[in-house]
Design a protein around this ligand. Structure first.
Ligand code: SAM
Length: 290
């Protein structure tokens, strides 16, 4: 039986044979620890009942492990130089589709409908290209496909931001945006030495699952994200100053804002990092007319 693609000697051999050098600009850091890949698949609890979307298969290290457990794997790779490689390395598996596309540009619901049967639970599992972690997550959460869970590797600092709570220094607009709908679990950390080439940061595996709805919902998600973004524009400033940054400083505006804040019982002098997700939802709804 063939050894795992992620085996460091096999990975090196594949890269040499194809004359490939990892492209930094595409966030190419290949995992070379088979056990870590197996742990990722285990964290995502992949079974025959699941179809898996992978972002950035690289030379197929994670794709292979996913294909051993999933019903089907649909993987999006932007680098066309990797297509021949994947053809060879993933040849033993008949339940993998590689799509040569930029995950940020692709019409995901359309491609999913083309290649997956819609009868299996849909999960995303990936070792993400770190330079676009946030846009990928936002795109997945905003896409019109029903994802059961997302299990992805990212830079540890970003994982800490996703998982941060009010008052913590990592807490910011990304934490609030993700926690509106998802539970965040940091499953385990991965040292930089597990990759070829080694990145300059350590990594973590994060699991996102649908959370139980908050007691209030924003009237519009777009308005919610916009307000949250604006409120964290200047972290060191008060909520009041950030709100003036969004809405302007006209006397009528100040008067109205004072009234709205009173109604939701939020003090203007508070720093944005003290507000909970629910505070931001209530504030969004209160400021609806603005
Ligand atoms: N899955 C492999 C592994 O675990 O060893 C490779 C992961 S590597 C961190 C990220 C992969 O994402 C690379 O193969 C890179 O070419 C690909 N990639 C980068 N930007 C992308 C994009 N916009 N759309 C799809 N794939 C992308």
């Amino acid at each position: 039986k063939e050894i795992d693609i992620a085996d460091p000697i096999r990975t090196r051999g594949i890269l040499e044979r194809y004359g490939l050098s990892a492209k930094k600009s595409l966030g190419q850091n290949f995992l070379t620890r088979p056990q870590i890949l197996k742990d990722i698949v285990a964290a995502a609890e992949i079974t025959e009942a699941d179809d898996v979307i992978e972002v950035g298969p690289g030379i197929g290290a994670l794709t292979e492990q996913l294909a051993r457990h999933a019903h089907h794997v649909l993987a999006f790779e932007i680098d066309e130089n990797l297509l021949n490689v994947l053809d060879e390395t993933l040849d033993p598996y008949d339940n993998i589709t590689i799509v040569n596309a930029d995950i940020l540009q692709v019409d995901l619901p359309k491609v999913v409908a083309e290649h997956l049967d819609g009868k299996h639970t849909l999960k995303v599992v990936a070792n993400l290209p770190y330079y676009i972690t946030t846009p990928i997550l936002k795109g997945l959460l905003q896409s019109d496909i029903e994802l059961d869970q997302i299990v992805v590797m990212m830079q540890k600092e970003v994982a800490d931001r996703l998982n941060a709570h009010p008052g913590e220094k990592e807490y910011g607009s990304l934490s609030v945006a993700i926690q509106l709908e998802m539970n965040v679990n940091v499953e385990f950390e991965v040292p930089r030495t597990a990759f070829m080439p080694q990145p300059n940061v350590d990594s973590a595996i994060v699991k996102l699952t649908q959370r139980e709805p908050w007691p209030v919902q924003p009237y519009s998600k777009e308005a919610f994200f916009k307000l949250v973004h604006g409120c964290f524009a200047h972290r060191r400033k008060t909520l009041w100053n950030n709100l003036l940054g969004i809405y302007g400083k006209a006397p009528e505006t100040k008067e109205a804002l004072t009234r709205h804040l009173e109604k939701v019982a939020i003090k203007p002098g508070v720093r944005p990092e003290r507000l909970s997700v629910v505070d931001f939802i209530r504030l969004t709804n209160e400021l609806k007319e603005k």
